[in-house]
Design a protein around this ligand. Structure first.
Ligand code: MCA
Ligand code: AMP
Length: 505
């Protein structure tokens, strides 16, 4: 009987009385207490009827309890489906229906608005809040603090992470225990994590970066975390002295750089700063080194693949590149038309293969077949090239995607909604530069003949249906959209035309 993910990430720490999570309040939770809590939750999951392979959707604020729920899912063989706390009820309905989740764990404050929808979808509801209170916690109180770990294999599914697509409908990326485990082990080695590390953790735990990269690496290596509810510059500065490493999206670094308290002295004891999820500007890399003496290590990953490449720990961390393929991960650059491998230095689509690559999209065989080749290579939709030293440069995207502060926004999802509104003939959403978020969406609206759509009304509808981070930050009424001879909207022209909306030249 074994459960590779639980046995590697959690079981080895069951007797440890030292701190696993250090909170901003000064409160600490030991490994042992954390795992006791997880075991109690696992009992609840079994008692309410969840079986191995069932899905559990979690839209919860970041807290030790929320993380223990992840451990409980792994221990009981339940597939965890972590969801962005910004999602609206309508967005959640889709994820719950599509995944067939049997339990939704949400914030107590959201329960009133979600329980009808969850029940309609056949899911039970339990709650846990940012303060660690809720019905899940109530039911778990008094349950045994150990749980007989459910047997799983590396090929069994551990998590679904929903990722949108160019069609606008989200797809559930199925990640196996082996996907998560192989990547975490590799990253522990290449980034030299050990039990002595303390990671400054300010990322959300509903994405690959915060959960499968940051948290899993700490668990595999036995490191602990300063576990902040969210990114906040004051907390980061206050807690930095307790940490040895930090991981973040580029916005973390630009915000820290804007603060005069970020100095060489503050960071002198730090071992490693990692950036990912969005392009780190070479300028940010340089400014960070000038101010702190540290060269940020940039890496590249995706929801479907976990991490693919990384700049070296030893050796030159090159600004504007995402480094070398990780051990065990193959990366090739191919012709988007033919799939043929291109000559070194040529720009093409980035394809990856390895134990990190997901199993496919839940109940979407055609979409899986379109992106995951039979030989195991996954077509990332990113465009890149290898330089003569073997460093991968990401030069663009072959997919219509905007990354704002590390969150992915698929324009199609917003365009479909805008196109449905009264007086709108068609729309286009493009990403434009934004100092804080890197990119931010703006919407171009073509009215129906004779109509004058009110952009405030459009914005209101978007607010109602879509998570806040997806909202276009500007709307423009235009006569028409530029199209090529095939009739395709030329978004590159629109991006150029509106590039100074927030960052005047
Ligand atoms: C919050 N808002 C945002 C974002 N975050 N809007 C656009 N983009 C965002 N990323 C909204 C807020 O709701 C708020 O709305 C307003 O924008 C400003 O909020 P602010 O206080 O500035 O935001 P924040 O709470 O400080 O959050 C910004 C953040 C956060 C710290 C950058 O978004 C964050 O932690 N991002 C990390 C995302 C991440 O982990 N991505 C990894 C994906 P209002 O104006 O109404 O008040 S995994 C991945 O991509 C792959 C696998 C990989 O390689 O890692
Ligand atoms: P997601 O599907 O949310 O996991 O986002 C993955 C996408 O984020 C990738 O396909 C890239 O486009 C982008 N990405 C992740 N890391 C980097 C990076 N270091 N530089 C540039 N883009 C990145």
């Amino acid at each position: 009987m074994s459960n590779p993910l639980y046995d590697t990430l959690f079981a080895p720490h069951a007797a440890r009385e030292d701190a696993f999570l250090r909170l901003a309040t000064g409160y600490e939770i030991s490994f042992r207490d954390f795992l006791a809590l997880a075991a109690q939750y696992a009992h609840v999951l079994v008692e309410i009827g969840l079986k191995p392979g069932d899905r559990l959707a979690a839209q919860v604020e970041k807290s030790p309890e929320a993380l223990a729920l992840y451990a409980a899912c792994v221990q009981s063989g339940v597939i965890v489906l972590p969801l962005n706390t910004a999602y609206t009820v309508e967005e959640l309905r889709y994820f719950i229906e599509n995944s067939g989740a049997r339990l939704l764990v949400c914030d107590p404050k959201a329960e009133g608005g979600l329980s009808q929808m969850a029940n309609d979808c056949g899911a039970q509801v339990l709650t846990v809040g940012a303060d660690g209170r809720g019905t899940l916690v109530d039911v778990a109180t008094g349950k045994p603090e150990t749980f007989d770990t459910v047997s799983r294999s590396e090929d069994d599914l551990a998590a679904f992470l929903y990722t949108s697509g160019t069609t606008g409908r989200s797809k559930g990326a199925m990640l196996t225990q082996g996907n998560l485990l192989s990547n975490a082990r590799t990253l522990v080695d290449v980034w030299r994590f050990s039990k002595d590390d303390v990671l400054l953790h300010a990322l959300p735990i509903f994405h690959t970066h915060g959960l499968f990269v940051a948290t899993n690496i700490c668990l595999v290596s036995g490191a602990s975390m300063v576990f902040l509810p969210k990114f906040d510059v004051d907390w980061m500065i206050d807690m930095m002295p307790q940490a040895t490493t930090m991981m973040g999206v580029p916005t973390f670094y630009t915000r820290l750089l804007d603060d005069p308290r970020l100095t060489r002295e503050l960071t002198a004891h730090m071992r490693l700063f990692v950036s990912g999820s969005a392009p780190l500007l070479a300028e940010t890399h340089t400014r960070f080194e000038q101010k702190t003496g540290h060269r940020i290590l940039e890496r590249y990953g995706m929801t479907e693949t976990n991490m693919n490449t990384s700049n070296p720990y030893d050796g030159d961390r090159r600004a504007g590149t995402v480094g070398y393929p990780l051990p065990g991960v193959e990366v090739k650059i191919t012709d988007p038309e033919t799939g043929a491998v291109l000559a070194q230095g040529d720009v093409g689509q980035i394809e990856v293969r390895g134990p990190n690559v997901f199993k496919g999209y839940w109940q979407m065989p055609e979409k899986t077949a379109a992106e995951l080749r039979e030989d195991g290579f996954f077509i990332t939709g990113d465009l890149g090239r290898f330089d003569e030293d073997g460093y991968l440069h990401i030069v663009g995207r072959d997919k219509d995607l905007i990354i704002s502060g590390g969150y992915n926004i698929y324009p199609k999802e917003i365009e479909v909604l805008l196109d449905e509104q009264t007086g709108v003939l068609e729309s286009a959403v493009v990403g434009v530069p934004h100092t804080d978020f890197g990119e931010t969406p703006v919407a171009l609206i073509v009215p129906e003949p004779g109509a004058t759509p009110d952009t405030d009304v459009l914005a209101e509808q978007v607010r109602k249906d879509l998570a806040r981070y997806k909202h276009p930050r500007a709307y423009f009424i235009v006569d028409s959209l530029p199209r090529n001879t095939m009739g395709k909207v030329q978004k590159n022209i629109l991006r150029e035309r509106y590039k100074d909306t927030f960052e005047p030249a």
